[in-house]
Design a protein around this ligand. Structure first.
Ligand SMILES: [Mn+2]
Length: 441
């Protein structure tokens, strides 16, 4: 029985906007969070004296992380070297350098010849002799268009066709690796990819280019005892019958608010030929909390806002407060008090949204079926905008000039632009709020 720790999507060095500078260390607290979480994983690998650690890719947000971030990552993984635990580092899409000959941030571990470390930057099969016997790991790093295809082949093809072509290319390559396998030895496929049926998380927005989707049927083969995936940040097993398990452990920390409700963790598994017992192990990670409240109908918006904040546990959490209100209510919000009420949070952002622009009831005079000349239409609109009363005359005048001046030479763009934004700019509170969205202590 071979004991393996499978983790993925570390993304160390991302999400700094959710943190603040720790005055003692000078580091962003979110870097410290990611380091703490990775430390928990490595602690576990050592405490359980696992036979192998496999990392599913995406170590950093990009291929050129700053030295102090690389160092934070390396100082955790080197503990595995000291503990003589073999480790496979797979290259994800965020680890690949897109310029020139490419290369990946993780290749430095091979260049330095770190004992027991394997870098998976190509499709290859690695036989690893562990304390509990041999294990085979096929590495399948993130595939780009240029990995298996040439430019002339893909020219003029739609993305779906390119995807199909890539799949048809990958199939024999993977088959070649499968045929090299020793059928007696337990086998892991370690891949950084988007499998179809995977539920998406933040990686959808983080991806640099549009990626490829690999059919699940390509992964669920009896020659694999466990399919270890990386890329999707939400933990999931894509093959409920577990023959073999096809598992995304997910990211180890919340990379952004789209992961607010997800459990974060890693996977521990015991492997033998034909069987894998696996378990998701949750990590203690920082809480993300969204507080969303519509104040537009509240008689006392300030009280309603404070009540909404009071209902949520925000201590040491990364908080985002989103509230909707009407422009006439802006003066009723005391920003100092709102900031004070969020002071227990680790960090917070405040986003007021003016509801008047979002959901004003349609004017029947301007509805379908009625026709009006543009000036009358504008008049009708302005008659219904109490807040634009001061500039109504100017707007009408500017509109008349625009309509009259068919030849562009006569167009004087200055006045209409100036009046269009006036009403919001005049309210200082909203601007203050946006400027001080993030508290940096
Ligand atoms: Mn990825």
């Amino acid at each position: 029985m071979i004991k393996i720790l499978h983790l993925s999507d570390i993304h160390m060095g991302s999400g700094f906007s959710h943190g603040r500078i720790n005055p003692i260390t000078g580091l962003n607290t979110r870097l410290e969070d990611f380091v703490n979480t990775l430390t928990q994983c490595i602690d576990k690998a050592i405490a359980e004296s696992v036979d192998l650690v496999i990392f599913g890719g995406d170590a950093f947000p990009d291929a050129t992380p700053p030295p102090y971030v690389q160092q934070a990552f390396a100082s955790q993984f080197r503990r595995l070297v000291d503990a003589e635990i073999p480790t496979v580092l797979l290259v994800g899409n965020h680890d690949q350098h897109s310029q020139g000959q490419g290369g990946a941030s993780l290749c430095i571990y091979r260049t330095l010849g770190v004992p027991g470390f394997i870098v998976g930057d190509s499709i290859d099969t690695h036989r690893i002799e562990t304390r509990s016997g041999p294990v085979q790991v096929i590495t399948l790093p993130w595939l780009t268009r240029s990995t298996l295809l040439t430019r002339p082949e893909t020219e003029g093809l739609a993305i779906a066709e390119v995807n199909e072509l890539l799949t048809s290319r990958l199939d024999p390559v993977l088959e070649g690796e499968v045929r090299r396998l020793d059928p007696e030895v337990p086998t892991v496929l370690l891949a950084h990819l988007m499998a179809d049926h995977a539920n998406l998380g933040a990686e959808r927005f983080l991806a640099v280019g549009k990626g490829f989707t690999i059919p699940l049927s390509m992964l669920t083969r009896p020659c694999f005892d466990y399919v270890a995936l990386g890329h999707v940040h939400r933990h999931q097993n894509l093959n409920k019958s577990n023959d073999p398990p096809v598992v995304y452990p997910g990211s180890i920390e919340r990379v952004d608010f789209s992961e607010e409700k997800e459990d974060k963790g890693y996977v521990m598994l015991e492997l033998e030929r034909g069987r894998a017992n696996w378990e998701f192990c949750p990590l203690a990670v920082r809480t993300f909390r969204t507080i969303e409240v519509d104040l537009s109908q509240a008689a006392d918006p300030q009280a309603a806002l404070l009540k909404a904040i009071g209902k949520k546990e925000i201590k040491e959490a990364v908080v985002r407060l989103i509230y909707k209100l009407r422009s006439e209510q802006l003066d009723l919000i005391d920003n100092g008090v709102v900031h004070q009420s969020l002071s227990d949070a680790h960090s917070y952002t405040i986003r007021p949204e003016l509801v008047s622009q979002l959901a004003r009831p349609r004017l029947p005079e301007l509805g379908v079926g009625s026709s009006m000349n543009p000036i009358d239409a504008l008049k009708t609109y302005l008659d219904n905008r109490e807040d634009l009363k001061d500039i109504t005359a100017q707007m009408l005048e500017a509109a008349q000039r625009l309509l009259a001046g068919n030849d562009n030479n006569k167009l004087d763009l200055e006045p209409p632009q100036a009046v269009g934004v006036g009403s919001i700019k005049d309210k200082p509170q909203l601007g203050d709020n946006i400027d001080s969205q993030l508290r940096l202590l």
